[in-house]
Every structure is written in structure tokens, then in C-alpha cells.
Design a protein around this ligand. Structure first.
Ligand SMILES: *Cc1c(COP(=O)(O)O)cnc(C)c1O
Length: 390
């Protein structure tokens, strides 16, 4: 399988930089997650590989997802779509981009390159139709209704006008209407009243399109949470993101998902310090007793959230150990107690082992969600895709 060939997706500058940090992706786990999610639904999958596949590397992730059976790919920006359209081995896998401004350069080129476009406003529809004329080929579009997230999508009072304008552009040959879609605000909260309201609104959106003679084949509403929690949202396509990468946004419903990324560093230096010593910026923490401390050369510039200071733990020399004091831009300090640890000892920040912290732990420590932890891994950390990191 071609996947074995692309091992390093960001170029290390000085050979193997894994001493400082290394994000290792196991393609078999990603393929496993695609299959585990596909088993939950009759609908095909649009694998969301936006934001560099949630920090994992968009190109290899897209290839693995497609090989594992994902029918489509989803990204946010035109640039991301472009990059994927240029890969010959993914020529048969449609890519949808959905975030752009109507006046943005590159719309015509994106249409020409064969990417599909989500359309979230009347102005966006007009711009895409005009760009399609410049490109000399109809734009393949997914019309988006705002069913209650109040973010992207056309508001309900404009659905009729949107549908009529789309029908007009279709008749003129400027667009092919491939899809109709929306996005849920509270899918991770089972039983939240917004879910039922949004499903009903989505039906009204489809009816508004139907009244203008539009019956898109691909109706889609579900993100990871809705895919896991609510089959009524599956329609003709589901759009998992975070679950592909191994994190379940609805932990009440167990799904056999495996974290795809491991983030490791290694100890840069160790020293003995006396009880009472203040540690790191602000001296927010003082040693309670004489202790060995380890310096780990990874910081918030690399995506280790400063907000996790005082709570975070890493796996080092056989067990979890607390991070002491503030996490800095490039480094943090770990409490070793009396244990002797040599420089170079591996440090696991995100791992898949039983005692390893994972992105769920970091999100709890930092008051966020694993999506933000994974997408926040910095550009300084080289990404490796390998045969397995068990
Ligand atoms: C990011 C995104 C998804 C995936 O969301 P997850 O919660 O990560 O599964 C699905 N659809 C759209 C439109 C998105 O922007």
C-alpha cells in the first residue's frame, strides 16, 4: 500500500529531531477508526481533514481515510482543498471546502481544480456562480442552511430566496447542486432540545429547496457526535472529524476508537534542588522537599497549553509525573521526586498506552476540548507517519 511510503510529512532540518519532540501518527489506527465509524452507519463518510487533519498532516490522513473507505473529504479553506486536489491518487475522491469570502481570489481556480464548495450565503452563491463562469465549468456545490447553530449557513428567512437563486444558477449552467447540509450546535449533548429543533429545521430547509425544484442527492448534517449519538442525523453522508483521530465527543456511548497521534519529547536536563525552591515563571510552585527535577524542551509554542500549568502530568520513566509550575513557551519542568533519570529519557505527552496522558487529559487540564489540543501542536514539532507506535 502506498501509505507505507510517506513516513515523514514535515521535513526535519537536522536529520532526526525526535530528541526534541516528535508527533507520531499510526495510519493503522486512523484506518481502524474510519472502519469503526463506518460500522455505525449506512451513510458514507466525508472525512474531515481540515486544519491539517486536526494537526496530524492532511495529505497522509486524507490518503489513509480514502484507502480505508471514506467516500469524500472535507476541509475549511480553498487552500486546503487545492492542496488535496493536486494529489493524483485522490483524483476520484471529492473534496468540499466551505469557508471563504465571496470576494476572495482563487474561487475560479478551486472550481477548475474540481473541488466542491459549500455555500453559506446568497452573496457566496452569486460569487461562486460568477467564478464558475470564469472557470468555464459548473461549480459543484453544497447548499448550507443555518438550522440553529447561528454560525455558517443561510438564515431561515432567506431559504426561499436562496433556493430560487440556486435554481436559477443551475438552469444557467453555473452550478451543479450536489448537496444540502447544515451543522449541529449541541450534538454532543444527548437529548438537548436544540438537536430536535435543528433536525426539524433541516427538514424545512430540504423542503424549501424542493419547492424550487432542487433535490440534492447528498444531504448531510452529522459531525462525529451526531454520527455516534443520533442515527436520525445521518441522511446520505456523515462528517466525522475528531472521532477519526481517536477521540469520542460522546463518551457515554462507547466506540472502539484509537488515538492516532503520540506526542513525545525527551528529558533535556536533570538537577537536584532543595525544598522550598520556587519553580518556573512566577514561582507559582515551590518544592515541598528536596527533589530531582527534569527539564522537558517543549512548551506552549509547541501546543503544550499554558492553561494546563499546575495540573498537567506527563509519562516519564515508568509512571505519570506532575508538571511543576508554569509551562513556558519552549519548556517545562517535571517533578521526579528522588528518582534518578538520565537526560534523553523519553517523555510521553500524548500516548495510547494505559498510563499515558492523552488529548482528553490535556483538554481537561486546560479547560478545552481535544480538538484544540490536537490542532494546536506547533509547526516546530515534526510529524511522522509510521507503521505503528505500539
Ligand atoms: C469540523 C467540522 C466537522 C467535524 O466536526 P467534529 O466535531 O470534529 O466531528 C463536521 N462538519 C463541519 C462543517 C465541520 O466544520
Amino acid at each position: 500500500m502506498a501509505i507505507d511510503n510517506y513516513r515523514i510529512v514535515s521535513e526535519p532540518v537536522f536529520g532526526d529531531m525526535s530528541g526534541m519532540a516528535k508527533a507520531s501518527m499510526d495510519w493503522r489506527r486512523l484506518a481502524h477508526n474510519v472502519e469503526a465509524l463506518a460500522a455505525l452507519t449506512e451513510a458514507p463518510l466525508m472525512a474531515m481533514v481540515k486544519a491539517d487533519a486536526y494537526g496530524h498532516g492532511a495529505v497522509p490522513a486524507a490518503r489513509v481515510c480514502a484507502e480505508a473507505g471514506a467516500a469524500r473529504l472535507g476541509v475549511a479553506s480553498l487552500r486546503e482543498a487545492w492542496r488535496l486536489r493536486r494529489l493524483a491518487d485522490l483524483a476520484e475522491t471529492p473534496v468540499m471546502a466551505f469557508l471563504y469570502t465571496p470576494e476572495q481570489p482563487g474561487l475560479a481556480e478551486t472550481i477548475e481544480a474540481g473541488a466542491e464548495l459549500g455555500i453559506s450565503s446568497l452573496a457566496g452563491l452569486a460569487a461562486v456562480a460568477a467564478a464558475a463562469e470564469r472557470a468555464g465549468t459548473p461549480a459543484r456545490v453544497h447548499l448550507k442552511g443555518d438550522t440553529g447553530i447561528s454560525r455558517g449557513g443561510v438564515a431561515e428567512h432567506e431559504w426561499e430566496a436562496f433556493a430560487e437563486a440556486a435554481a436559477k444558477h443551475r438552469a444557467a449552467g453555473a452550478i451543479d447542486v450536489v448537496g444540502a447540509w447544515s451543522h449541529l450546535a449541541c450534538a454532543d449533548e444527548i437529548g438537548h432540545p436544540a438537536n430536535g429543533m435543528q433536525k426539524a429545521a433541516f427538514e424545512r430547509f430540504l423542503a424549501a429547496l424542493g419547492a424550487a425544484g432542487l433535490e440534492p442527492e447528498v444531504r448531510h448534517l452529522a459531525n462525529s457526535a451526531a454520527l455516534i449519538a443520533d442515527p436520525e442525523t445521518h441522511y446520505d453522508l456523515v462528517r466525522p472529524g475528531i472521532a477519526l483521530y481517536g477521540y469520542n465527543p460522546v463518551p457515554r456511548i462507547p466506540v472502539d476508537l484509537k488515538p492516532v497521534m503520540e506526542l513525545r519529547s525527551s528529558v533535556a536536563a536533570v538537577k537536584r534542588l532543595p525544598a522550598g525552591t520556587g519553580i518556573s515563571y512566577g514561582h507559582t510552585r515551590h518544592l515541598e522537599r528536596d527533589s530531582n527535577v527534569a527539564l522537558v524542551p517543549l512548551g506552549y509554542a509547541d501546543g503544550v497549553p499554558r492553561a494546563a500549568s499546575g495540573r498537567a502530568e506527563v509519562y516519564l520513566a515508568g509512571r505519570r509525573r506532575p508538571v511543576l509550575g508554569r509551562i513556558c513557551m519552549d519548556q517545562f519542568v517535571v517533578d521526579l521526586g528522588d528518582d534518578a533519570v538520565a537526560p534523553g529519557e523519553p517523555v510521553v505527552l500524548i500516548g495510547a498506552g494505559e498510563h499515558h496522558p492523552d488529548a482528553d487529559d490535556w483538554s481537561a487540564w486546560a479547560g478545552t476540548i481535544p480538538n484544540e489540543i490536537l490542532t494546536g501542536i506547533g509547526a516546530r514539532v515534526p510529524r511522522y507517519w509510521n507503521r505503528g507506535v505500539e
